[in-house]
Each structure stands twice: as C-alpha cells, then as structure tokens.
Design a protein around this ligand. Structure first.
Ligand SMILES: C[S@@+](CC[C@H](N)C(=O)[O-])C[C@H]1O[C@@H](n2cnc3c(N)ncnc32)[C@H](O)[C@@H]1O
Length: 222
C-alpha cells in the first residue's frame, strides 16, 4: 500500500468525528442516538452526503449552513480523509463522517432524523438497476431515514442514471421539488450547485459533459 494511503488510514482511525464500520461491524456496539446526539450537541436532525468521496459537499454545505449538521458517507477511507482532515483542521463542529457501505446505513444512522440526502456523482451502475443509488431498495431505505417531507438531491453527468431516477420518481408517485437539466447553462441554478464542485464533477466538466440535477421528496405526489 502506498505510504500516504497507509498514513491516512492510520490517521482516520484516530479521528473522533469519523465512524468506521470496521470498528462496529453491522452496527454492533454502536449506539446511533448517543453518538449523533453527543457529536452534534443535542441536535435532532442532520443531512447526509452519500458516496461522498473527498466530501466536497459535506464541507461546502456545512460551511454555508453552520447551524445544520452534515455527515459524509463513503466506503473509501483514503478519499474521505481529505474531507475529514479539512473539517478537523478548520475546527468544524457540524461535519462528521461514516465509512460504511450505503446499504448498511440503517446500522449507523437513526431513523427519521435526516433532512436531506445529497447524492453527488455516484457510480452510475449502468449494468444493474438494483445497484443504482436511486433504485427502489435504496429509496425505501432513504424513506426510513428521512424526516417527513425530507428530500433527496441527485447531481450527475450520467444521462442514463438521471433518466432512471426520473422514471423511479414517476413510478413511485414521488414529488419533484426542482429539476435542472443543464446546471451550468441555467442562470437560476442555486449557488450551492455551481459553487461547490467535486473531484469527479471537475473531470466531467472538463470533458464538456452536461451536469444534471434533480431534488425530490419521498412523500407521495397526491
Ligand atoms: C464516482 S465517485 C464520486 C465521489 C464524489 N461524490 C465526487 O463527486 O467526487 C463514487 C464514490 O462512491 C463510493 N461508493 C461506491 N459504492 C459505495 C457503497 N456501496 N457504499 C459506500 N460508498 C460507495 C466510492 O468509494 C466513490 O468514492
């Protein structure tokens, strides 16, 4: 293993604001309520960035909204270290991290406490629909975690994943809060969509790919 990766793994294991699944397999020995209430000083709700990579959105949103709490989730500690180290060195108290598989979120995240879920340039998983982060099994999981009226944001360069997600929204009779088919061409794109750019987004923008965005509520559209 490269030296820098090894060093990051050692450091992240010592960070108080990072939970690693390897310390609590299947949530064993981890009390979600105690941890989050203690870490976020009694706050009732928080927000998740899934597949966060280097956690540009966790950090960017936590800085823009200092009274709200954000948790970046990814399985790769080496990438997550970048965001976790930034939060630590900038004395941020509203950003934490969970190194775990997204499918195992229920073991670590309390139900009904999430305001918003941000999914930013996830792997599009073009071969298997059930692996897509907006497949039905993941939507069911998000519904359990979200507060009533809580929303999911998806930002992606993948036309296939975007179309799949819109079809899912229709199939499950969910409510679109905002849809932007070309984020950088639309002058009314919110600042946090154009003002925060992730590592993967930077690569896609350089290649001239269209960046798409949709925010939807898990409540039924009735
Ligand atoms: C394409 S990268 C995007 C990273 C970041 N959001 C960005 O835009 O730069 C996808 C990320 O999803 C993470 N990932 C993929 N499947 C995952 C899973 N099942 N659980 C947790 N993380 C996952 C990978 O480790 C990777 O960091």
């Amino acid at each position: 293993m490269p030296k820098i990766k090894h060093k990051r793994f050692q450091e992240i294991a010592q960070f108080d604001h990072v939970i690693e699944w390897t310390d609590y397999p299947n949530g064993q020995g981890f009390n979600t309520h105690i941890w989050f209430e203690k870490f976020f000083s009694g706050s009732d709700t928080f927000n998740l960035e899934l597949a966060c990579g280097k956690a540009e959105y966790t950090i960017g949103l936590a800085k823009r909204y200092p009274k709200r709490n954000f948790v970046g989730v990814d399985i790769k500690g080496n990438r997550m270290w970048v965001g976790a180290h930034h939060a630590l060195t900038h004395h941020m108290h509203n950003a934490a991290f969970l190194r775990a598989y997204i499918a195992h979120l229920e073991h670590y995240i309390p139900e009904g406490r999430i305001e918003e879920i941000w999914i930013i340039f996830p792997d599009p998983q073009l071969k298997k629909d059930r692996k897509k982060l907006t497949s039905t099994r993941f939507l069911e999981l998000y519904k359990k975690l979200l507060i009533p009226g809580g929303t999911v944001h998806l930002k992606t360069d993948s036309a296939e994943l975007f179309e799949f997600t819109l079809a899912q929204i229709t199939a499950h009779n969910l409510t679109i809060v905002r849809q932007i088919d070309d984020v950088y061409a639309n002058p009314s794109s919110p600042e946090e969509l154009v003002g925060i750019q992730t590592f993967y987004e930077g690569l896609h923008v350089k290649r001239g790919r269209t960046i798409r965005y949709v925010q939807f509520s898990l409540s039924n559209n009735s």
